[in-house]
Unconditional design. Structure first.
Length: 405
């Protein structure tokens, strides 16, 4: 009973049930009217035949009108026996039923059968509709609970609907997973950023408090101001590099690929770093051969190469940093080599982590983002980055790109 009530709560099922009942009533009414009309016609026909028989009796016999009327209306076994003796030769005998076609009294059975057939079809239709609607309710519950539908379906449209619902749920799960990952990334990023900016910020606060509360000679004051300048520059670099890395990791950078001359790209990357190399007593040179090209975004690839050269210059004292490039039929590689301090095996896994730096003092020019930016740019352009290093010997960083067909 509960299933029937739930079924009739659906407008389509309710309309179907109402239509079936209406059709059953129409069929029964039409059958009843046909039977009533047929009975009346049969009665009129029987009456006409009785009247014709009475007329013939009056013309051909000496019976009076009352006797003729009594012969047709009286119920007596004797008269029936005499009539059977007369009409027996024509097949009319008592109890045979012959002659009932004159009365033609029809039964209501056809009307009942017609109405019953309609009702049966309606019941079957409601059962089928109930099954379809039950599957639809299960699909609805699956969608509401964000669970995949695992029931069995036979109707093609419902199967397609089930696949669509499962597809939407999959997309939702994927979006929720991605959103959760982005939230974790944002929390970790903010934690790392706040940790990195805390050191120069604390230095600024301390220096400002000292300068404000302790009178000092101009030369000493200028030393404190120089420390403040270094802290401010570090914060500026940290903000700029963090924004750049965030754009890269968010996929917000639109690369513009073109055929770039690698010798020009390397020279542009070296120009702003000659001063840094000279300050460390390091020689910086570009040995990329002319005519070697690569399909890339020269602006962003130049940024990656510049970060790697800068990292090499910072960790090479009185040595040599070289930028070169090689190619073969399959690939093109840009190589940054130095003979500096090298990298310990324990530090290599952290080399491309954001905000990680081998120098942890506030005076270090590194903010620990350049290597992460270089790796991200290289991979976005379809390349790979490899590091070969030995402590006390130096480091080689190779950016390798497959040639495009």
């Amino acid at each position: 009973m509960g299933r029937l009530i739930r079924l009739l709560e659906n407008r389509t099922a309710l309309l179907l049930a109402g239509g079936v009942l209406l059709l059953a009533a129409v069929f029964f009414g039409a059958g009843y009217a046909a039977v009533a009309c047929g009975d009346r016609q049969a009665a009129v026909s029987a009456s006409d035949r009785m009247l014709a028989a009475a007329g013939r009796l009056a013309e051909n016999t000496s019976l009076s009108g009352g006797e003729i009327a009594a012969a047709f209306t009286a119920e007596g076994t004797e008269e029936a026996k005499r009539g059977e003796e007369i009409l027996g030769a024509y097949g009319y005998t008592a109890g045979s039923g012959r002659g009932s076609e004159l009365l033609c009294t029809r039964s209501l059975l056809p009307a009942f059968l017609a109405a019953g057939g309609v009702l049966l079809c309606g019941v079957l239709g409601l059962i089928a509709a109930g099954r379809i609607l039950r599957n639809a309710r299960e699909l609805t519950r699956s969608a509401e609970d964000s669970k995949r539908f695992k029931g069995s379906l036979s109707d093609r449209d419902l199967i397609l609907l089930s696949e669509a619902v499962n597809g939407i749920i999959s997309q939702r799960e994927s979006a929720l997973g991605k959103l959760s990952g982005e939230k974790r990334y944002l929390a970790e990023y903010l934690q790392d950023f706040s940790h990195q900016i805390r050191t120069p910020s604390a230095g600024l606060t301390l220096n400002n408090e000292i300068c404000r509360t302790h009178p000092m000679p101009r030369e000493e004051l200028m030393e404190y101001l120089e420390r403040d300048r270094i802290c401010i520059e570090r914060i500026n670099r940290l903000c700029a590099e963090s924004l750049k890395l965030a754009r890269l990791e968010a996929g917000a950078v639109e690369y513009r690929f073109e055929t770039a001359e690698l010798s020009r790209l390397a020279e542009k990357a070296c120009v702003p770093l000659y001063e840094l190399a000279a300050a460390n007593g390091t020689e910086l040179s570009s040995e990329v051969p002319d005519g070697l090209t690569l399909e890339c975004d020269p602006l962003w690839l130049g940024e990656a190469v510049s970060n790697l050269i800068k990292n090499a210059c910072e960790h090479t004292r009185g040595g040599l940093v070289t930028v070169s490039a090689v190619s073969d039929p399959m690939s093109v590689s840009i190589i940054i080599t130095d003979n500096g301090e090298g990298i310990a095996d324990s530090e290599i896994p952290n080399l491309f982590k954001r905000f990680w730096s081998r120098h942890h003092d506030s005076d270090s020019p590194s903010v620990g983002i350049g290597m992460s930016v270089a790796k991200r740019i290289t991979e976005d352009m379809g390349g790979k980055i490899y590091v070969d290093t030995e402590v006390g010997v130096g480091t080689e960083v190779r950016l390798e790109f497959l040639r495009k067909k």
